[in-house]
Structure formats: structure tokens, C-alpha cells
Ligand binder design. Structure first.
Ligand code: A2R
Length: 318
């Protein structure tokens, strides 16, 4: 059986590797000391790469692989991939939609509850002895019956809306085009933020959403408002977020993603108004296994017939 080259950008789980090693000859980018030298021997005969939402396909790899035909991404977001360049070269790209919807929605709910019920403070109150020394912890806010705005009502956004129904929340949303859903639509994000207790960001990253949550949106959300970001760090203007939290113009923020991750600004780390997670929206064993399986399925299908199971929309015609 032939085992074509596969260039692996970033990591893979043991389960993924055990399925891939019998089908491909794997070259790991992080083990290649000199890419130009490697490319002289392997570049022209390497037609497929595996990558993830963080690394995308670096320009150096695009240049080193003149006959690249397919790229399988582990993750649903692909803003790190230059899709125009891929389409221009006829490179098919896949991602892993749907299999992580529930988990990312769970993460949004975790941040919502932790923020409104001040989980960090109350947990410390119980642990530190403050309860005995100072008495009962101050009251918090209930998530029940609040107005929750969802920025981006796609696969994951709709799952978040479904799970929020347990709080009897009023759901509203902002996207570029109105959807056929039983929720109020706002064509203006600032106006929606002004009417919301909580704003949940779950759009893709990239140019069209860059810093879409700006000072105006954050201040419209207001001193009692909560921002939740489980999309991409680029969607929120981080400097404006820090200023809004520091001045009390925004109540609190639950963040899984950051502009310069894995770096998190100190102002966010030290703020009592933030709940922070290290980009773990989909990071459970079960969900990562499903994402890994779909990534490998895409690679095996490409090897079998040159097609992908879950191509990104931009490449679906290729
Ligand atoms: O705008 P529309 O009508 O295309 O709706 C999409 C919305 N969206 C935007 N909303 C406002 N302004 C924009 N510039 C904008 N661009 C896109 O985001 C749609 O409702 C939603 C994306 O939904 P899906 O494509 O189904 O993505 P999915 O699977 O929900 O994942 C969203 C993102 C990933 O790209 C990762 O960055 C992250 O969640 O894990």
C-alpha cells in the first residue's frame, strides 16, 4: 500500500497518529530543522498537510509545498488559513464543524454562571475562612430571566441558545443576515448590546469580525453587563475591554480566547471582574476525540478519492 507524505503542523493525539501512521509517511514540521533543505527532498512530493486553528498554514509551508492539494484542519475556526491563497492554488481545506457545538456551548454557560454568580469570589470565600471571619458572602446576580444577546448565530450560537433555554432567558442575536429562528434580530450590534444583560461572542475570527466588539459596544452593555467570548480573541478590542472593566463601564467578562494568546494581559489576569480560561472551549477528551476522528476521516477520504468530507465553504467548489 502506498503511504504518501503528510506534513503535520502542530500536534495530534495518539488515536489520530495510530490511524495515520499506517496510511501516510508523517513528517512533523516541529521536527524539521531547516524547511528549505527538507523541501529540496520532500517538498514537491508532499501533497497534503494536517494543521489546526492556531497554526493554519504558514506562508513558509505554502512556499515549500508547490504541489500542495489538501489541508485537513483540526478545529472549526480557520481564520489562520489564507483561504484566498488556497482557492487560487486549488488547495482543498477541511475543518471540523458540528462535533464541538455542544462543548463550546457548555463553556459559554460555564462562564455565564461563574460570572453572574461570582464563582471565583465565593469559592475563595469558602476556602479562605472569610465565611467564619466575615459572615455571609455578598449577594450575586441570577442568570434566570435575563436578556442574552448572541453575536453569531451559526452552528455553535444556536446550540448556546438551545442550552440557555434552561434559564428562561430572552435570546436576541446579531449576524450579517437575519436567520429563520424564533429570536429577535438586531441589525445593529450597539443597539443589541444596550438591550442585553449578557453578550456572547461566537462568530468566526478574521477581517470581517476584527474588533467588532469595540468601546461603543462594551459601554452599551454597561456597568451591570457581562461579556462572554468563546470565539476568537480578535473579535473583541482587548484594550477597550480592559479600559471598560477598569472604569466600571462594563460589569464583568468571561473570556476563553485572547488577542495574543497564549499571552494574557496582566490587567485581565489581576481584575476581579474577569473569569479567564486558556482557550479550552472544546477541550474535553470526548470532544477532542471526535474532532480528531473527523480530521483523520477527511485525510483518509482525500487519500481514497481526492475529496474531503467537511470542506470549508470557500473550498467546497474545488
Ligand atoms: O453573518 P452571518 O449571517 O453569515 O452569520 C454568521 C456569523 N457571522 C457574523 N456575524 C456578524 N458579523 C460578522 N462579520 C459575521 N461573520 C459571521 O457568525 C453565523 O451566524 C456565525 C458563524 O456560524 P458558523 O459558520 O456556523 O460557525 P460555528 O461553527 O458556529 O463556529 C463559529 C466560530 C468558529 O469559527 C471558531 O472561531 C469558534 O466559533 O470556535
Amino acid at each position: 500500500m502506498s503511504t504518501p507524505n503528510l506534513l503535520m503542523i502542530g500536534d495530534a493525539t495518539d488515536e489520530m497518529l495510530s490511524r495515520l501512521t499506517t496510511e501516510f509517511t508523517i513528517h512533523r514540521l516541529d521536527e524539521i530543522a531547516d524547511l528549505d533543505l527538507w523541501a529540496k527532498e520532500h517538498g514537491a512530493v508532499t501533497e497534503v498537510v494536517m494543521t489546526n486553528g492556531h497554526h493554519g498554514i504558514p506562508p513558509s509551508v505554502m512556499a515549500a509545498l508547490p504541489n500542495l492539494k489538501a489541508a485537513a484542519g483540526y478545529g472549526v475556526g480557520y481564520d489562520a488559513v489564507d483561504t484566498d491563497a488556497c482557492v487560487a492554488r486549488g488547495i482543498k481545506v477541511s475543518h471540523t464543524p458540528n462535533v464541538l457545538n455542544g462543548e463550546v456551548a457548555n463553556t459559554a454557560l460555564l462562564l455565564l454562571l461563574a460570572g453572574m454568580r461570582e464563582f471565583r469570589r465565593d469559592e475563595a470565600w469558602a476556602r479562605s475562612g472569610d465565611w467564619e471571619m466575615q459572615g455571609n458572602a455578598p449577594l450575586t446576580r441570577s442568570p434566570d430571566g435575563k436578556t442574552i444577546g448572541i453575536l453569531g448565530l451559526g452552528r455553535i450560537g444556536q446550540e448556546i441558545a438551545k442550552r440557555l433555554s434552561i434559564f428562561d432567558a430572552k435570546i436576541v442575536y446579531h449576524t450579517r443576515s437575519k436567520k429563520d429562528v424564533p429570536f429577535d434580530y438586531y441589525s445593529n450590534l450597539v443597539e443589541m448590546a444596550a438591550d442585553c444583560d449578557v453578550l456572547v461572542c461566537i462568530t468566526p475570527g478574521g477581517a470581517s469580525t476584527d474588533k467588532i466588539v469595540n468601546r461603543e459596544v462594551l459601554e452599551a452593555l454597561g456597568p451591570e453587563g457581562m461579556l462572554i467570548n468563546v470565539s476568537r480573541g480578535s473579535v473583541v478590542d482587548e484594550a477597550a475591554l480592559i479600559a471598560a472593566l477598569d472604569s466600571g463601564k462594563l460589569g464583568c467578562a468571561g473570556l476563553d480566547v485572547f488577542e495574543g494568546e497564549p499571552h494574557i494581559p496582566n490587567a485581565l489576569k489581576t481584575s476581579a471582574r474577569t473569569i479567564l480560561l486558556p482557550h479550552v472551549g472544546s477541550a474535553t477528551r470526548e470532544t477532542r476525540a471526535a474532532m480528531g476522528a473527523l480530521t483523520v476521516d477527511n485525510l483518509l477520504q482525500w487519500k481514497a478519492d481526492g475529496t474531503l468530507i467537511t470542506p470549508i465553504p470557500e473550498c467546497a467548489h474545488l
